[in-house]
Design a protein around this ligand. Structure first.
Ligand code: 3NM
Ligand code: IFP
Ligand code: MG
Length: 539
């Protein structure tokens, strides 16, 4: 039986490995459990097996696959694939060159190729539509399954670069599966974030080994994976994600929610910001906790209305930051990420990129330099950790904010003379293959906040960081029916209005600090957004 290539379903692609079988299971029992519960494609990959027994195993697996009408792909071994008339092969960059594989297997067999970077896409595009049928895009996340890992994890952003290359080189025939460290805790984020910049394609499937092969109950593991992959809504935070434009009324409602829910705002932040951030949080009727203790982060995340502010100004150990991201993602509580000094040094760049790839953020907030860099629109290195020097025009900043929102499927905030806020959550909608149906960054809801300049804001410490505290309070205080975009816009509007008010009342930077907290306190408790000086404009 030959499978028509366009009928191949790549959505849940099991790659076998007999070296990790739990007691009481066999290669066949795990594969059958997968096939019974929604695996749509199987690859037998047994690196350390002698040819004879490999062929025996492959024939047995082939029988099971035929029973479920699922194609069987052989890893690396073209000879074995031909010997048993398998449905295709998967080869890596160091294996037999693709044109030779195609010559041996003929046009109807499925050929898969491991791809880790855009230049490899250029090659496959040059070979044309008769060569590579699908690519394994990886290694997405760290994994122990691949013995001698040659590739460092690329994360969703690396997969986006590969998807972009497929679009750039017009390899429309080529399908894609993500692979490497894929598990229930990151699959939905991968499906949601791995979208080509033109919005026209996302991964066609999720490929994995250990989540099923090493599962004591491979049926249950596969059922969970299947259900997750079939979901078209990625609810990474327990509040509403819809792209309505905020109004004074909706912001008033956000403040009432925050006021009554009194969110716990865990600050993992730099030393300079801690005290002031705590006072800003208290002024907003929320309760701050400055904890960097890894062992308590799961408990804190489970406190009602918990909200995490991750500010990488001066950093806790990366393992603690990762634990915090995991803990809050696990219980769908919001994380506000402030990549302070995003790329000022190699260390910060590496740390921030690692964290950006490690979890889903409700909001990513930065100054214009940080946002321009995150959007890859700023070539020169950042100057120090303060706001970028020089004037960037509004259109560029709005676009950069939309690009960051799109890449990370988050609410992106770019602060400066004007503030920009873009909603890249797509209401949580996400789908295999079709991406965002062509919606691109410039199609995202984006607002600009005008408020006149507040020069003195730059003369105090932690003014930007404390906007983070304000955002974290607002997103943390939402009811499940509250709206994330409203909360972030409301936080920025309130903060800028308070800054303006404080600058008219203070005698210098010392009293500005105090006046800013007073203004936040008064405006919050008064809750009359319709009277705020900061104005909102759809961009
Ligand atoms: C077979 C394979 N190829 C990879 C690549 O990056 O090309 S990673 C990998 C192993 C993936 O195993 P797990 O799902 O257990 O992480
Ligand atoms: C190294 C590999 C990379 N990707 C894939 C797949 F996901 F199936 F495409 N299989 C492999 N064996
Ligand atoms: Mg190989």
């Amino acid at each position: 039986m030959v499978f028509a290539k366009e009928d191949v379903n790549y959505s849940l692609y099991l790659v076998t490995d007999s070296t990790m079988l739990p007691p009481g299971t066999t290669l066949y029992s795990q594969v059958e459990a997968g096939l019974k519960n929604g695996v749509t494609l199987v690859q037998i990959r047994e690196k350390d097996t002698e040819t004879g027994s490999f062929i025996e195993e492959a024939l047995d697996v082939q029988k099971i696959c035929k029973k479920y009408n699922v194609p069987l792909i052989i890893n690396d071994r073209i000879d074995v694939a031909m010997a048993i008339d398998a449905d295709g092969v998967h080869v890596g960059q160091q294996d037999m060159p693709i044109p030779m594989v195609r010559k041996l297997l003929g046009p109807s067999k499925i050929i898969g190729w491991s791809v880790g970077k855009p230049s490899e896409v250029e090659t496959l595009a040059k070979w044309g539509p008769d060569m590579v049928d699908y690519i394994g895009v990886g290694t997405l996340f760290p994994t122990l399954t691949k013995k001698n890992p040659k590739k460092s994890p690329m994360g969703p952003q690396g997969a986006i670069a590969v998807l972009d290359a497929l679009e750039e080189y017009k390899a429309s025939w080529c399908r894609t599966v993500g692979i490497g460290g894929l598990h229930p805790d990151n699959i939905q984020r991968v499906i949601s974030q791995c979208v080509a910049t033109n919005g026209k394609r996302s991964l066609d499937g999720i490929s994995l080994v250990s989540d099923i092969m090493a599962a004591p109950d491979a049926c249950a593991a596969t059922v969970r994976l299947r259900e997750m992959i079939d979901r078209t809504k990625y609810q990474f935070v327990d509040c509403e994600l819809n792209e309505s434009f905020p109004t004074a009324v909706s912001i008033k409602s956000v403040i009432s929610q925050v006021s009554s829910n009194r969110p716990l705002v865990q600050h993992v932040t730099n030393k300079v910001h801690q005290n002031f951030g705590a006072n800003v949080t208290l002024a907003l009727g929320s309760s701050p906790i400055m904890s960097e203790i890894q062992s308590e982060v799961s408990e804190l995340a489970r406190i009602p209305n918990a909200s995490l502010l991750l500010n990488t100004g001066s950093v806790a150990p990366i393992e603690m930051l990762k634990a915090a991201i995991n803990a809050y993602n696990e219980v769908n509580r919001p994380i506000t990420f402030d990549p302070v000094g995003y790329s000022a040094t190699e260390t910060r760049l590496c740390l921030n990129n690692t964290l950006l790839t490690y979890g889903q953020f409700a909001c990513i907030k930065g100054n214009s330099s940080e946002i321009l860099f995150l959007a890859k629109l700023n070539n020169d290195k950042m100057k120090g950790v303060d706001a970028g020097s020089g004037k960037n025009d509004d259109a560029l900043l709005a676009r950069a904010t939309q690009i960051v929102a799109f890449k990370y499927k988050t609410i992106a905030v770019c602060t400066g003379e004007h503030d920009f806020i873009a909603d890249g959550t797509f209401g949580g909608e996400c789908k295999l293959s079709s991406g965002t149906a062509g919606v691109t960054a410039e199609g995202l809801p984006c607002v600009m906040i005008e408020n006149g300049s507040i020069p003195i804001m730059g003369d105090i410490t932690a003014s930007g960081c404390s906007l983070g505290s304000t955002i974290a309070s607002f997103v943390g205080g939402l009811d499940p029916t509250g709206n994330l975009f409203d909360a972030v816009v409301g936080a920025v509007l309130l903060y800028k209005t308070a800054g303006k008010l404080a600058s008219t009342r203070c005698q210098g930077s010392g009293s500005f600090h105090v006046q800013l907290i007073d203004a936040l306190y008064q405006l919050f408790h008064e809750n009359k957004p319709e009277k705020w000086s900061a104005s909102l404009k759809k961009f």
